[in-house]
Design a protein around this ligand. Structure first.
Ligand code: DP6
Length: 338
């Protein structure tokens, strides 16, 4: 039997209203609703081949063979698809991020979205994009949101993510200001479970997050920059407050992160359309308008401690890439005479 293969590409996303916390219902359902923006310039390409000759799954990420927990998470996701299709073949997975991994940017969202899409299609599953978000979400909840482009919501305890608005709805820009490289000290899954167990502020977060989510959602629908800016920053601070009030604390923010929070707030008061958000790491993502992006980028490049700035616009849906097209491209490079 010939191997069954497919290749897919998905973009990372940034939450404008944050998810932090698992539902007691299990199955990686989220305890709070979240809303994200898919980012066009942070992409993962993944090829999956199911092959009867393989004895176990092999996973190569950015040229390195994954072992341990990383590989187990991929196998767990592939097992969901194998169970659905009753196909027990093991898979060869090759995945490449086109953004600097040293920048410490989360790649689990784009990674699990591309993996789900490629693996499902390789196995001949013709389930809808929305149904695929349910599978990707079980690998990493934020990955469910990366199957769609534009603005995406994942309601509290929802099985699937849904599109709120397409990328062209609102041409905002997200600038990623890198202040520290390397992997995060505490992975988000463990960090959020620890927070829920030990922070006295966690119940307050569960209570406040749905209201902030509604604010951000209305702001996005109305393209109201100020409303989204205030809601997104509030969501960020509420989430980080639950993190650093846990015991022992989970503190992802660094000195330059806090300096930037002050600077962005002062600049917004002075009339610049800018707002900050941070995830499970110290890098600062700054939301601005397309018209203002150049000025904001220049400002960020001049901030001490900022080592790199990446510019992102609203990104597209995850897509399938043709294996034939890729093969021809590779052959043309190897032998231009063909
Ligand atoms: C801070 O989706 O990485 O980025 O579901 O455990 O894999 P798991 O967590 P993950 O958490 C993302 C948390 C966040 C906020 C967000 O993206 O909503």
């Amino acid at each position: 039997m010939t191997p069954a293969s497919a290749r897919a590409e998905a973009c990372a996303n940034i939450a404008l209203a944050k998810y932090w916390g698992k539902s007691p219902l299990g199955n990686n359902l989220t305890a709070v609703p979240s809303l994200s923006l898919t980012l066009d310039s942070l992409r993962t390409r993944t090829e999956v081949s199911f092959d009867g000759a393989l004895r176990e799954d092999s996973v190569v990420l950015n040229g390195e063979l994954l072992q341990g927990k990383g590989r187990e998470r991929v196998t767990a996701l592939l097992d969901l698809l194998r169970a659905l299709t009753q196909d027990s073949r093991r898979a060869r997975v090759q995945s490449l991020n086109d953004f600097p991994t040293a920048a410490g940017l989360a790649s689990s969202a784009s990674g699990f979205a591309a993996l789900t899409f490629a693996a499902a299609r390789a196995l001949g599953l013709s389930t809808s994009r929305e149904q695929l978000t349910s599978i990707a979400r079980q690998g990493s909840a934020s990955a469910g949101r990366s199957l769609f482009g534009g603005f995406v919501e994942l309601p509290k305890e929802a099985d699937t993510a849904t599109r709120l608005a397409p990328p062209e709805h609102w041409p905002v820009v997200m600038l990623v200001a890198v202040v520290a490289a390397g992997p995060k000290p505490i992975a988000s899954t463990g960090g959020m479970i620890h927070t829920a167990l030990t922070s006295p502020y966690y119940p307050a977060w569960l209570e406040a997050a749905p209201r902030v989510f509604e604010e951000v959602k209305q702001g996005v629908l109305e393209r109201d920059f100020e409303r989204v800016a205030l809601g997104m920053e509030h969501s960020t601070r509420l989430m980080h407050a639950t993190m650093f009030t846990s015991l022992p604390p989970v503190l992802y923010l660094k000195g330059p992160t806090v300096e930037l929070m002050h600077a962005i707030t002062a600049r917004r008061h002075a009339g610049h359309p800018e707002a900050y958000t941070m995830d499970a790491g110290p890098n600062v993502k700054v939301l601005t308008t397309r018209e203002h992006a150049q000025e904001t980028e220049e400002f960020l490049r001049g901030v001490p401690g900022v080592t790199q700035v990446l510019r992102c616009a609203p990104g597209p849906d995850a897509t399938l890439l043709s294996l034939e097209g890729e093969l021809k491209e590779a052959q043309a490079i190897l032998d231009p005479a063909v």
